[in-house]
Write a protein that binds this ligand. Sequence first.
Ligand SMILES: NC(=O)c1ccc[n+]([C@@H]2O[C@H](COP(=O)([O-])OP(=O)(O)OC[C@H]3O[C@@H](n4cnc5c(N)ncnc54)[C@H](O)[C@@H]3O)[C@@H](O)[C@H]2O)c1
Ligand SMILES: N[C@@H](CCO)C(=O)O
Ligand code: NA
Length: 451
Amino acid sequence: MKPIQAGLLGIGTVGSGVFHVLQRNQEEIRRRAGRGIEITMVADLDTARAQAVVGEGVQVVNDARAVIANPDIDIVIELIGGYRIARDLVMEAIAAGKHVVTANKALLAVHGTEIFEAAHRRGVMVNFEAAVAGGIPIIKALREGLTANSIEWIAGIINGTTNFILSEMRDKGLDFDVALKDAQRLGYAEADPTFDIEGVDAAHKATIMSAIAFGIPVQFDKAYVEGITKLGAQDIRYAEQLGYRIKLLGITKRSFDPATGALKGIELRVHPSLVPARRLIANVEGAMNAVMVQGDAVGTTLYYGKGAGSEPTASAVIADLVDITRLHTADAAHRVPHLAFQPDQMSDAPVLPMSEVVTSYYLRLRVADQAGVLAKVTGLLAAAGISIDAMLQRPAGAGAETDGERGVPQTDLIILTHTVREGTMNEVLAQMQGLPTVLAPIVRIRKEELA
Ligand SMILES: NC(=O)c1ccc[n+]([C@@H]2O[C@H](COP(=O)([O-])OP(=O)(O)OC[C@H]3O[C@@H](n4cnc5c(N)ncnc54)[C@H](O)[C@@H]3O)[C@@H](O)[C@H]2O)c1
Ligand SMILES: N[C@@H](CCO)C(=O)O
Ligand code: NA
């Protein structure tokens, strides 16, 4: 049989990896797919660079629409990125009856509903393994391997750039900015790295996983998003002293009413989290990703590997090409549904507001070092029914022995709490912040036991 022909839109970090791996392993891939897979046309704005990557045998154009219009091409691979042009091109490729492979989590988290509906109507596949945790086959695990389970929660380190930055800061004492530059140089960061450091990229990926795990539409606009830019080095240190590591986690979870047992909705959130240092996931370092999935039948499973970079991401893109090649002639009923659940079987369970999330907390308060302060702080927690798990008091550090303006001696109080509703915690934090003996904005980091 003739090889299936694919057209590539965008040949940067990931696109060049796809081209090279497909070429290097073409014989094995052909034996697995049952048919050869060839990239016969490439579009990139920088045609000279693109031509240098693919050599003379492959047609290079600067207009992505020329690839979509080519009748010999059955699969369009979108590796441009971003929401705007990529959305139009993917929709046009679907309308033209092409299957699509994309690594673009931003696109799917925001426009996924529209894209999957269009693909379903047109009878084509949109595959996106590379969009979540790069080379780790997590989409396949969730959609196929774990299909027997009622998924209870997913928690993952799903942004390589921020995990790399946190590791470099902790291990080598590097400054945030230096570590970020290194992550950009290594090809981990998004075109706009604020997406990485502000938690947006992780939230895109968590949004996609929430849809697949719980059969809800992709709803990025409902996600709670907090990045690592406000994390202080001293919090990383204090967390260690208490037996925890701080990781940027993407979390999605079914939440039940404790009184009735009824499903309240779905938690969907990204924020720095304290994780017990003894957990495997707490020891995932550098640009590596790891995703924990808790299913009712299988229990806890963990997926670990490279979540970013040229060839690791290419590995996932090519797996999608192979799946499409195998299923090309099968009708929609025989394919794996885009979001794991059949399109007419989606749930309308709401994504919960952050105030309804129940979790535990790390609090750091800069307080006046005087009698009765601790009692006031813990009194507010007690009045709200919030129980304390552990506590530290530490000197405020060199140069911070006294409060600048008022000259009051000061100290740091670090408190770990047991679980409480976030809305309740917010009220207590507002009261604490109002105490005259609390001298600086209170630091609050959520804590996940992941058990
Ligand atoms: N880099 C990674 O590790 C990684 C991992 C997983 C997913 N992704 C995703 O993969 C996608 C590509 O990322 P990348 O790192 O390869 O980006 P990149 O910037 O290295 O490559 C994008 C390429 O698209 C080209 N391009 C831009 N506009 C174009 C247009 N209108 N028509 C044709 N070509 C155009 C650029 O010239 C560039 O060569 C993004 O959606 C990204 O989020 C990247
Ligand atoms: N910028 C992303 C690339 C992989 O999606 C990361 O750092 O994880
Ligand atoms: Na993946």
